[in-house]
Design a protein around this ligand. Structure first.
Ligand SMILES: [Zn+2]
Length: 500
């Protein structure tokens, strides 16, 4: 079964116990951002009200730990993956008049529909993340449950799914994505607030979650639910829906599930605080690691020393590199050029994002990726390299948290060491499995950097290794080496400088 009872990471600007920063490497700035609230299992979420004030409410995390579905890669870009959707009103709580059937049909499936700063509807989001491989359509109906909105079990959802059998044929093969004879997911959007918003208004309300369900005689495998509105009565947008639906695809949460700890990647990822970006209307792109798990895109492995010029923006291209640990194929660093474009428009910062991943299929499927704070399996490299406690002092003394005028959470945005400034001072990133990245620059949103192989210039070449690529001394790939000094990459992965 899967999971989740909460995901809110702390986005508050006022209340902060401690904050952890992670990193974005950038030529002009290194942005720091806190990864979450601290202390107790209560977290905080802030968003701007229509009058410009910032409203903060608490959220909670829970320790549900169930098994996520196995991720699959056999998507058919010719197929329409359909899902039944139930708009569930309670006996004592209806949807706001503006959130009618048409509003949800648009939010789910109308191309380009997005009243916020995102790129479109839920189907658009997944089409973009999958680079066209995962195309969704939704059948939407309204159902009224006999239960009230203050409820702690899934009885209302269960009843709504049964009632909706009047409209849906759950055995429709269009709903059965994996061919096991059951609808993979029934999406439920319930009226009112989510219980994860700890506010007087939302106390006792149900929480957004995704879970398996068994209903006698109904071929339904799981449901994914989210609520209608923030406590300011604005729609919560598409982020939470996308987050929950991603659990159906097998993606885990990236915030710690154990209660007391910090969020880890926060608004940089849909599976952490990113489901709230742009007040829920502009969730960030799936990371390349998430896309690799789903077979939607692949990072190019860096091996030979080379200079990489003008690495394209990640949004739209899904271009990424990875550096794999030579002694552990499950551990690697991913490199992305994340910019304020497209679905990444609301990212806290921009520049080179380096993610350290220590993959374990059991940790991913058990949804405990970052459960162990001494062994985070998915985290960013921190540009300043300092520990959380060190940063906490600095944060309290110096850094004012803030939301930018455009609504981005820019809290903790500051320069840090090492970084490259306007004068072109070089930035050097710590050793990544013995390799290095230097000479990082960002120019008109494109990143350039030099990658140095661990073996560069120092290894000997075994007698049976064949040359497979040549590079000039600046690291640019060349086809045929002439006279002079150049670099050869051999079939055994070793590179060597050669003078001819
Ligand atoms: Zn989740």
């Amino acid at each position: 079964m899967m999971i989740e009872r909460l995901f809110f990471s702390d986005l508050s600007k006022e209340i902060r116990g401690k904050a952890l920063m992670c990193v974005l490497w950038c030529s002009l700035f290194a942005f720091l951002f806190p990864l979450s609230a601290y202390a107790s299992s209560v977290r905080l979420k802030s968003y701007r009200m229509s009058d410009g004030t910032v409203h903060t409410f608490k959220t909670r995390s829970a320790g549900a730990r169930r098994v996520l579905p196995r991720t699959r890669k056999d998507w058919d870009s010719e197929r329409i993956y359909k899902a039944p959707v139930i708009l569930m009103s309670y006996s004592d709580r209806d949807f706001l008049p503006e959130h009618d059937l048409q509003f949800y049909k648009d939010m789910l499936g109308k191309k380009g529909f997005n009243p916020g700063c995102g790129q479109g509807c839920v189907a658009d989001y997944f089409r973009d993340q999958s680079l066209g491989k995962f195309n969704l359509e939704f059948d939407v109906v309204s159902v009224k449950t006999t239960y009230g909105c203050k409820i702690t079990t899934n009885s209302a959802i269960r009843e709504a799914i049964i009632k909706a059998a009047e409209y849906f044929d759950y055995s429709d093969s269009d709903y059965d994505w994996d061919g096991n004879g059951e609808a993979d997911v029934v999406i439920v959007i319930f009226a009112g607030y989510g219980g994860n918003q700890i506010d007087d208004l939302s106390v006792g309300c149900y929480w957004p979650e995704t879970d398996y369900i068994y209903i006698n005689d109904l071929p339904v495998e799981a449901y994914s639910c989210s609520n209608e509105i923030w406590v300011n009565d604005a729609s919560i947008g598409i982020g939470t829906l996308c987050h929950e639906l991603s659990h159906i695809l097998g993606l885990p949460d990236l915030y710690p599930k154990m209660g007391d700890d910090f969020s880890v990647v926060d608004e940089w990822d849909l599976m952490d605080g990113g489901c709230f970006s742009g007040d829920g209307w502009c969730p960030p792109n799936f990371s390349i690691q998430e896309r690799e798990l789903l077979g939607w895109a692949t990072a190019e492995t860096l091996e030979a020393s080379q200079y990489i010029a003008d690495m394209p923006v990640y949004d739209g291209s899904a271009k990424a590199y990875k550096i794999v640990n030579p002694s552990n194929p499950n551990e690697c660093y991913y490199i992305e050029n994340r910019q304020w474009e497209g679905w990444d428009y609301m990212l806290p910062g921009h520049g080179m994002l380096i993610t350290h991943v220590n993959y374990s299929s059991s940790a991913w499927r058990s949804n405990i990726v970052n459960g162990d704070t001494s062994n985070r399996r998915y985290d960013y490299l921190h540009a300043d390299g300092i520990t959380f406690n060190e940063y906490y002092e600095y944060y309290n003394d110096v850094v004012a948290s803030s939301y930018g005028e455009d609504g981005r959470n820019l809290r903790l945005r500051t320069t840090a060491y090492p970084y490259t400034n306007d004068e072109g001072v070089e930035s050097t990133i710590p050793s990544l499995f013995g390799t290095t990245i230097t000479d990082l620059t960002e120019n008109d949103r494109l990143l350039s950097f030099r990658f140095r192989d661990a073996a560069d210039g120092i290894s000997t070449v075994s007698s049976d290794a064949e040359p497979v690529a040549y590079f000039d001394i600046q690291g640019r790939r060349i086809s045929e080496p002439g006279k002079g000094m150049f670099i050869v990459k051999y079939s055994n992965g070793i590179t060597k400088k050669i003078i001819r």
